[in-house]
Design a protein around this ligand. Sequence first.
Ligand code: SF4
Ligand code: SF4
Length: 342
Amino acid sequence: MTDKILSKDQVAAFIDSLKKEYQVFAPTEENGKIIWAEANSADGLLWEFSNTTMSPKDFFFPQSECMARFKNDPKAEGGMIMHPEPELERSRVLMNIRPCDAKAFQLLDRIFIQDEVTNDVYWRDKRDKAILVGLACNNPCPTCFCTSVGCGPHHEAGLDILLVDLGDSLLVKPISDKGKALIDDLPDAKKVDKDKAAQLKKTSEASITSGVTMDNVNKRTVLELFDLPYWDRVSESCLNCGTCTFCCPTCHCFDIQDEVKGTDGRRVRNWDTCMSWLFTVHGTGHNPRPTKKERVRQRFMHKFKYIPEKREGEIGCVGCGRCVQLCPVNIDVREVVNQMNA
Ligand code: SF4
Ligand code: SF4
């Protein structure tokens, strides 16, 4: 597929053409925070930003999502009547999504859609109706470590299009057929544009100097890592607040509850967190993760041992660094994994 070029003066027209068919969302700044919001024009689009405070997983896996409504009127014919929630009406474009967040969606696809039985229709509907237009990171922050977990600042996995900011213009790389169809009319990029993008990629990758080392984590058995005395130490300072899991683009735990008022009810799924005592408590009252130690261990073991063991080495973290930035007691995932490795 041929790389294209889009002048920044033309971005407004590009968004207008997208809006004919899609709802367009992009990161923008509000009250000093970088958030995702609907982009009705090119105004407010950001070209220089670290990343959004929260990951965009909410677009496909909302923090609180109604799955079905029901009526439970014992006098009505047929007893309880369930109504599935309507599907998404309009397809969406997520513009300027960072490569790490797009890679996280690819990882979650393998969790929400595994086979005919594990086929989450709520996730699938929104994913099928989305186009991901990535914006390569030319200036990663000190907390980014994507290059050590199989990702990178110009990574293409999971994207339909990758944009590289060249200053006054954007190099537009089509990745999927869906992406190619959107940019076919743009002029082809020149060699000088592609060379500049290649140089930016090299510089950006080289600027990421921190990361995780996984060789011993991969070699050791689950039980060897499970029994490390280190878990006592790291769990001491953790507050179990769950911030790290809610901001994480790959965390996907949820809880389903029925909310009932009179004869009407709705089934809702809400984000949950393995950091919560309530998350694993059984109906019997037994809790297999009764203390902070087990819960903190679960978060790191899941991402860096259980998922890689099940999925041919794929790590359950994309190195976005959000949890490093937001943890109120400065628990740094890079340090934890490197301690597991040591
Ligand atoms: S953000 Fe920090 S303190 Fe809160 S649960 Fe995560 S590791 Fe623990
Ligand atoms: S564990 Fe932390 S660095 Fe890794 S993907 Fe989640 S929030 Fe990002």
